[in-house]
Design a protein around this ligand. Structure first.
Ligand code: WTA
Length: 656
């Protein structure tokens, strides 16, 4: 179950065309229709998006200008007024959808809740009024640190309703990681829960918030709103902490949506990059609403009869765009599951599909590889016949995993939609349209209509078919990130200068390597920067290194990714110690735990290797390339002539 390599991908020639039966009923019915849409969009992207914005969304006031492109800063639907919570909720209340299931939630211990559109609207209005009562105003930022419970979606929509921006932090992140994000966003309030259930354990959340806020750690936070979920006893700071169920009982359910400017901040979401602390990716209202709506509708061929389930956590972009905003804007039924496969219930995923008759299932290659390991007897023992489309995201999918997904879960009848995109892109960028695109195992296929994607060299020149290069986007799109929160310079530098603009042409640099084959299909090769993709989660090597060196025993640390059978990649850390410390297993475990405390369990190194020195260039730069070779037990590849001290390499090879 290896990751795709250039060789395996070049050899991959299988082609799976949509069945005629599927294509006939799809929104986009043929390759020709896709090509026509693509051409129309390419010829006049602004008109293309404006038409869709008019058809698909409700606006309080129409825009004056479709696109204001002042590279690298884009504004979409300038002057338009709307509210995404209105598009996700209110507008469905005037039709039969009022009593349709909007959100079906399954808790890990076996409890469940279903909210109709009318009920979800009511909950959102109640929370919006509670936020107002606690002093949250339009333009403020609200931290969300919640488990996978309906209140996570309710909280996001409640913020959007009153014009406050949310900044969700994945519930698996530590107090330290939460604190940095709250500080950077200058959050006024945090919405959290006592705890949540995950793999038969209670994950504590409120105590982490307490730690983050201790000693005035995040001084802008005035109040904490706490959802009761795990029913553990938690400390409630008088005057600061409030139970959601208490305050909810005292507010009205009437809360008109705030008319928002199309370019008003909708949310910030932190993500890892090559350098420095995580970046606050900024998404605004109108373009993001349109983009998540249309991409989901076409790429997952979303219909009113679908029961759509995305297994991501709401704390990541996939949860934002494709558990909450995209599905609800379309009036779909979205499923949210709190749990994960665990020894006491390894088949829980298939139970959820069977129980609710899920028709569209969207997960990550890591999850698929773990399903393979657990054995096909689990899915085979359930009735999965409701499924009609399968999706994947987060990392390159190896053709073997793709084929298993196709055969065992899809019973060879469900198109596989491999969606390439990023926190920064807001929504799908390269993806099959299931009624139109013939798929190839391991390829995300073709750009979405309106997306000008390419593979280029460092000078911005397109490379030859099947030649590797940098994945870029050459024209703005409505769902693109607008800036790095509070740091427009970093936005420009990170994404728009890596490949220098030429002749007025700007290149959005995604950080991924890719190749296009002779049919123009994209094959994503993984990150070309110092980002490690562990189980579909992005980690910056710098973040993990900073966490390691904050331990008193560590003098210097260098972290690289290496292949892992299930997780795609895992963290391998090379560490030199301060004098008086000795590298042994106990210390290695302590350091792993230390990283988990500083960042979260996802960042925990799979291996810590102690060494006397790290391989550096004469200018003092750590040669990660060599460490990557060493970590995966490969021969040292490429040039080592810039290495300052060659004996370091021999020692490292010896496996000190
Ligand atoms: C990787 C997740 C290959 C890629 C939506 C990207 C993928 C990073 C795919 C973004 C895919 C995502 N095939 N690689 N289908 N989808 N990636 O911001 O390296 O958490 O740059 O967004 O995941 O991760 P992020």
């Amino acid at each position: 179950m290896s990751q795709p390599t250039i060789e395996s991908i070049l050899e991959e020639k299988r082609l799976f065309a949509p069945s005629q039966e599927f294509a006939q009923q799809a929104h986009i019915k043929s390759q020709q229709e896709y090509q026509d849409l693509y051409e129309t969009a390419r010829a006049n992207p602004e008109q293309f998006w404006a038409n869709l914005a008019e058809q698909e969304l409700d606006w309080f006031e129409k825009w004056d200008q479709v696109l204001d492109w002042n590279p690298p800063f884009a504004k979409w639907f300038v002057g338009g007024k709307l509210n995404i919570s209105y598009n996700c909720l209110d507008r469905h209340l005037t039709s039969w959808r009022k009593n349709k299931a909007a959100l079906i939630w399954e808790g890990e211990p076996g409890d469940s809740r279903t909210y109709t559109y009318a009920q979800l609207h009511r909950e959102v209005c109640l929370m919006a009024n509670v936020l107002k009562q606690l002093g949250v105003e339009k333009g403020d930022r609200v931290g969300i640190y919640l488990p996978m419970i309906p209140e996570a979606a309710i909280a996001m929509l409640a913020c959007a309703r009153i014009g406050a921006a949310h900044s969700a932090v994945f519930g698996g992140f530590s107090a330290e990681a939460l604190k940095t994000r709250l500080v950077d966003a200058e959050a006024k309030l945090v919405i959290t829960a006592d705890g949540g259930f995950r793999k038969d354990k209670v994950v504590s959340l409120k105590p982490e918030v307490d730690k983050a806020l201790a000693d005035n750690g995040a001084p802008t936070v005035e109040n904490v709103l706490v959802v009761q979920r795990s029913e553990e006893k938690v400390h409630m700071e008088p005057g600061r902490d409030h139970w959601w169920h208490d305050l909810k009982a005292g507010v009205s359910a009437d809360c008109p949506p705030e008319p928002m400017d199309s370019e008003d901040l909708l949310f910030i979401l932190y993500t890892s990059g090559t350098t420095g602390k995580p970046k606050g990716v900024v998404h605004t209202t109108g373009g993001y609403n349109l983009y998540t709506h249309v991409t989901l509708k076409w790429a997952f061929d979303l219909k009113d009869t679908d029961v759509y389930w995305c297994t991501a956590d709401v704390g990541w972009i996939t949860g934002h765009s494709y558990i909450v905003y995209g599905p609800l804007s379309n009036g779909a039924t979205t499923v949210m599951y709190e749990g994960a496969p665990r020894p006491s219930n390894p088949g829980c995923i298939w139970d959820v599909i069977e129980k609710y008759g899920v028709t569209i299932f969207y997960t990550a290659p890591t999850a698929i590889r773990s399903f393979i390991k657990m054995g096909e007897h689990h899915p085979n023992a359930r009735d999965l016949s409701s499924l009609r489309i399968l999706g994947t995201v987060g990392e390159p999918i190896n053709p073997e995993a793709w084929m298993w997904y196709h055969r065992i879960i899809g019973q060879e009848k469900c198109p596989i939609v491999d969606t390439w995109w990023q926190t920064e892109t807001g929504g799908f960028m390269i993806t099959p349209l299931p009624g139109a695109t013939s798929t190839k195992p391991g390829s995300a296929t073709l750009p979405f209509p309106g997306i000008m994607a390419d593979v280029v060299d460092l000078d911005g020149n397109p490379v030859q078919p099947n030649e590797g290069g940098y994945l870029v986007v050459t024209y703005p799109w409505p769902g693109m990130m607008r800036t790095v929160y509070g740091d427009p310079v970093r936005f420009r530098r990170t994404y728009w200068e890596h490949i220098a603009p030429k002749d007025g042409q700007y290149f959005y640099f995604a950080g991924d390597g890719a190749r296009k084959d002779e049919d123009g299909y994209f094959w994503i090769m993984g990150r070309v920067d110092d980002v490690i993709n562990v189980a579909g989660h992005r980690l910056g090597t710098m973040e993990v290194e900073s966490a390691l060196v904050s331990h008193p025993a560590v003098a210097e640390a260098a972290v690289v990714g290496r292949q892992n059978e299930v997780k795609g990649e895992e963290v391998c850390a090379f560490v030199t110690l301060e004098k008086d410390y000795e590298g042994h297993e106990e210390l290695s475990n302590e350091l792993k735990q230390h990283v988990a405390n500083e960042i979260g369990a996802i960042a925990c190194p799979g291996e810590v290797r102690f060494t006397d020195a790290l391989p550096k260039t004469r200018s003092g730069k750590i040669m990660r390339r060599l460490l990557r070779n060493l970590a995966s037990g490969e021969e040292i590849a490429g040039d080592t002539s810039t290495l300052e001290d060659r004996s370091v390499l021999d020692k490292l090879r010896g496996g000190s």
